[in-house]
Design a protein around this ligand. Structure first.
Ligand code: ARG
Length: 398
């Protein structure tokens, strides 16, 4: 390997893989390593991390709490743009990656690193998302992806490596699948989930109760939105992270938000994924309910045409790209009038909209009413349909 690097910033979780990577970097590149950890709501104990990183050989370990930024600047814009990949995946992992990488690059620069390194494997989407973000925001940094470079092939190779070099690892029971968790969701894939016919075991789920075991009494909640962004639950204003956290608990207890799918990865593979996105699922439904009374028809339809492409850009890792800037500007502008409340019922795995209201509603009871005329002249509809139908009538004799 010809690359010369002197200080590497490593995305570090304290788990087996990144502990091994930390040691491997020191050994392979004869460099210094700064560890960096992002808190995006994965609910792992972060307090002991700096000490652990230093014991493994890092010169420093920087932990950043990104929870509010994650929900405010990534999750909420995805809700506003109705970003749902392949009609099913709410993009929990894909949304966190550019944020984690943005701060990774920042920390690298601030600590005088000339390279960044991550523990994503060579088969997944995450390597693409991290590295496209590095390219966009800090193109001068070298990128080291050990899983594409070293000859370790499996978890047992990593354990053997850790033992050989006496790397401190906490023996955690290996889950029979891979998990990625943040404030938006928990994702499960790989291992025993690779058979797409095999249903996941109930014990696997973390954020959601099974719909069958969920309470027999529904809960009704009111979610408030301002310019398309969620701001309150039952009238109580909450910060973005608190709001999503609260919704995850409420909706999760009712079994809302489980998804099981086979998706197309950007790198060209199909992959089976199971997701729990309780709060996100409620937010998508509530947001659309508020939009239904506050968005102009044509604006809504234009935004809806952008949504699948918006989801694809997020999924493929192009958060920081010119086309995303263009798309975000269009979506932001569509949301200016999306202010109001949605009343939703959570019950045994379902989220049902029960009502919607808005101080800036475009809905007119008198116009749509069957009882009154209110400015809409039914006689006009006859001409409207005649003109629409002109070109549909087959010429006589055909
Ligand atoms: N398939 C999902 C995605 O590409 C989830 C990926 C989860 N990542 C992980 N390293 N376990 O967004």
């Amino acid at each position: 390997m010809s690359r010369k690097v002197s200080r590497v910033c490593l995305a570090y979780s304290g788990g087996l893989d990144t502990s091994v990577i930390l040691h491997w970097l020191l050994d392979r590149y004869d460099c210094e390593v700064v560890a960096y950890t992002a808190d995006v709501g994965q609910e792992e104990e972060l307090s002991g991390l700096p000490q652990k990183a230093k014991e493994t050989g890092a010169i420093d370990c920087i932990v950043r709490d990104l929870r509010e930024e994650f929900v405010r600047d990534f999750v909420f814009p995805a809700i506003q743009g109705c970003a749902i990949y392949e009609g099913t995946y709410l993009l929990g992992t894909a949304l966190a990656r550019p944020l984690i990488a943005k701060h990774h690059a920042e920390v690298a620069r601030e600590t005088g690193c000339d390279a960044v390194s991550h523990g994503a494997t060579g088969k997944g989407n995450d390597q693409v998302r991290f590295e496209l973000t590095f390219r966009a925001l800090a193109p001068e940094l070298e990128i080291i992806a050990p899983w594409r470079e070293w000859d370790l092939r499996s978890r047992s190779d990593c354990i053997a490596y850790a033992q050989k070099y006496a790397i401190p690892i906490t023996a955690t029971l290996k889950k029979p699948y891979s998990i990625d968790r943040n404030l938006m969701h928990v994702s499960f894939e790989g291992g025993i989930l690779e058979d797409p016919w095999r249903a996941p075991e109930e014990e696997m789920f973390i954020l959601t109760q099974s719909p069958e075991a969920a309470p027999d009494t529904p809960s009704e909640i009111v979610i408030g939105f301002e310019c398309g962004a969620p701001v309150s639950i039952d009238g109580e204003r909450l910060s973005p992270a608190d709001l999503l956290h609260r919704l995850n608990q409420l909706a999760g207890s009712h079994g809302v938000g489980r998804v099981d799918m086979v998706e197309n990865r950007f790198v060209g593979l199909k992959s089976r994924g199971v997701y729990e996105t309780p709060g996100g699922c409620v937010l998508h439904a509530a947001h659309r309910a508020v939009e239904s009374i506050t968005l102009d028809r044509e604006v809504m339809h234009e935004r809806d045409r952008l949504s699948p492409r918006f989801a694809e850009l997020i999924y493929n890792g192009f958060w920081y790209s010119p086309e995303m800037e263009f798309m975000r500007a269009a979506i932001d502008s569509s949301q200016r009038n999306v202010t109001g409340e949605a009343r939703v019922k959570l019950f045994k795995g379902s989220v049902q909209v029960m009502g919607r209201r808005s101080p800036v509603s475009l809905y007119s009871e008198s116009l749509s009413s069957f009882e009154e005329d209110g400015g809409y002249d039914q006689a006009d509809a006859g001409g409207f349909i005649r003109l629409q139908g002109l070109r549909l009538a087959k010429p006589a004799g055909d």
